[in-house]
Design a protein around this ligand. Sequence first.
Ligand code: NAP
Ligand code: 8YV
Length: 323
Amino acid sequence: MTGQADQMLVAITGRFNERVIELVKENFRTVMFDRADPALVTPEVAAQVRGLAALCPVGGAFIDALPNLEIVAGGGVGYDTIDVARCVARGIVITNTPDVLTDEVADAAVGLLINTVRELPQAEAFLRAGRWAQGRFPLTRATLRERHVGIYGMGRIGLAVAKRLEGFGLRISYHNRRPVEGVSYGYQPSLMALAEAVDTLVCVAPGGAATQHAINADVLKALGPDGVFINVGRGSTVDEAALIEALRDGTILAAGLDVFENEPHVPQALLDLPNARLLPHIASATVHTRRAMGELTFGNLESWFREGRALTPVPETSGIVRK
Ligand code: NAP
Ligand code: 8YV
C-alpha cells in the first residue's frame, strides 16, 4: 500500500477466514478484535481506523465507535449481521463476497437435499454400527422422483441450485419479491403460494427483518406430509419452534438445515429429531472457496483505499464513493 496506508488502521473483527487476516496484515497497519465490541476500542485506535474486515457480526454501536470508518468489508455474501442502516446513514460502504461461493453453496444445498430425502447419513451409520450383517437397511419412504421444488430466493445461489435440480429432472418453481427476467421456472407471487404449489422448499433467501420467521407453521403445513424443507439461507428466516413441531408431529416429512436461529447453538429438540439432517453452517466451507472469499474481502479493502472504489459493494451502499 502507499504512504497514506501508514497513517491509518484497518480493523479486523472475528477470525472466521484466515486468508483475510493474512492479506490485511501484509498490506495494512492492522488492529484485531475478537468481537465487534465498542468497549474494546481505545480513543487513539478509534481515530485511526478507516477500514474494517468484518469476520463476525458488526452492530451499530461498534460502527459508531469508529468516527473515521469508510468501509466495512464483510467476509460472506450475506450481510444481515452488519448494521446496514447505520452504515448508510454514516456514508460507509459495505462490501460482500458474491459469486465466488455460489457453486460451492449450491453443491452443498443439493447434497443436503439428497441426504435428507434418501437418508444416506443414516444408511452409513447403520453400516458403521455393524448392523448390515443382521439385515438390510430399511427402504426409505421418500424419493426425489417427481418432487416439485420451490426455491425461496432465486438469486445467484438459488439459480445455481435450480440448474442442478433441473438436471435431476425435477420441476422447479420460485418466489422472490420480483420475477427474474429470462428465467422459465414458475413464479409464485408469495411464499405461501409457493409452499402450496410444491412439496420441497429450499430456502436461499437472505436474513434480516424482511424475511424474519417467514417460514412459519402455515408455510410448513402447506408443504404437506411428504414435505421436505432445506435451509442454506439464514436461520432467522425460519420459526425454528414451528419447524421442530412440524417435524415432530409429521406435518412435514423431513428437513435439512445448514443454518440456525442462534448459531452455534442448535436446540436439543432439533438434535433429538431423527428426520432432521443438521450441518454446522458449512455450505461455503472448502479451502478453495474460503480462499476466494478471503481474497475478495481483502480485494474490496485494497481497491477502496488504492482506487477509491469498492469491487463488490452491497446494493444499499453502491452509490457511495470515496471522498
Ligand atoms: P442474491 O443473489 O442476492 O439472492 C437473494 C435472492 O433472494 C434474490 O433473488 C432476491 O430477489 C430474494 N429475496 C431477497 N429478499 C427477499 C424477500 N424479502 N422475499 C423474497 N425474496 C427475497 O444472494 P445469493 O448470493 O444467492 O445469497 C443468498 C443468501 O444465501 C445470502 O444472503 C446468505 O444469507 C445465504 N448464504 C448462505 C451460505 C451458507 O453457508 N449456508 C453461504 C452463502 C450464502 P428479490 O430482491 O427480487 O426479492
Ligand atoms: C459464511 C455465509 O460461512 O457467505 C455467507 O453468507 O453464510 C457463509 O458463506 C458466513 O458468512 C460466515 O460467517
